[in-house]
Design a protein around this ligand. Structure first.
Ligand code: TYD
Length: 231
């Protein structure tokens, strides 16, 4: 008789981060497929966005000029709606939630890129990620954040061929250097949660690093359950 093949904890919240051009999209889709092939329910979503209201806020954030506080408030407003209406219910069902960007992006883009006050962002993070499902003083945080790390110059070269840039993609390389430094600071502050993926490699190598990251945690879909282990 075969053992149940999924040693994953119920409800897994995984986020994907990195500067524009770091190449996370195809890997997010690949991971969703790998989880589904193992019979795992997946919620695939993104920020800003993921609900009808948050998608409207996304269009404003990506399209309209505004000051950094307004920008921060809008991405956190979108996040609150997304968290309460999509992410928390999916985690409660036991889904693997794969989310393209989350709060680390706010610290990196609004904090690092725009130079907005990090202490204010921390206050907003605490307000927005306080949810009934998590006992205070803890707040909802991802179980794992895959950070696709790539030098800003290389990302800019990759983006040069891409479709019409949005308000962020149109920024100069110096902006993305600050964003990258913002991610590095977040990773340093939460080393257990963050896994740095070297995105300056061929796609197959990046994928293998992702697989290894999950396998090390015992979360790779299909990883055999250790004998005597609970699941
Ligand atoms: P992105 O996730 O890269 O989507 P696409 O691949 O469709 O371009 O675009 C979202 C942009 O929003 C990205 O440039 C980063 C930015 N952003 C912020 O500035 N703050 C945030 O909190 C989030 C979630 C995203």
């Amino acid at each position: 008789m075969s053992e149940p093949s999924t040693p994953l904890p119920a409800g897994l919240f995984i986020t994907f981060e990195g500067i524009d051009g770091a190449g996370k999209s195809t890997h997010i889709a690949g991971l969703a497929e790998a989880f589904r092939l193992q019979g795992r329910s997946v919620t695939l979503t993104r920020e800003p966005g993921g609900t009808p209201l948050a998608e409207k806020l996304r269009a404003l954030v990506l399209g309209e000029a505004m000051d950094p506080l307004t920008e921060s408030l809008l991405v956190f407003a979108a996040r609150r709606d997304h968290l309460l209406n999509v992410i928390e219910p999916a985690l409660a069902r036991g889904d693997a939630v794969l989310c393209d960007r989350f709060t680390d992006a706010t610290f990196a883009y609004q904090g690092g890129g725009r130079g907005f006050d990090l202490a204010t962002l921390s206050v907003l993070e605490r307000w927005v990620q306080t949810t009934p499902a998590v006992r205070a003083p803890a707040i909802r945080q991802p179980d794992l954040t895959l950070w696709f790390d790539l030098p800003a110059e290389i990302a800019a070269a990759r983006l040069a061929d891409a479709r019409a840039p949005d308000r962020f993609e149109a920024q100069p390389v110096a902006f993305f250097r600050r964003v990258a430094a913002g991610y590095a600071a977040r990773a340093e502050a939460a080393p257990q949660r963050f896994a740095r993926i070297n995105a300056d490699q061929p796609r197959e190598r990046v994928w293998q690093d992702i697989v290894d990251t999950f396998a090390r945690r015992g979360w790779w879909p299909g990883t055999p359950v250790a004998p005597g282990g609970s699941h």
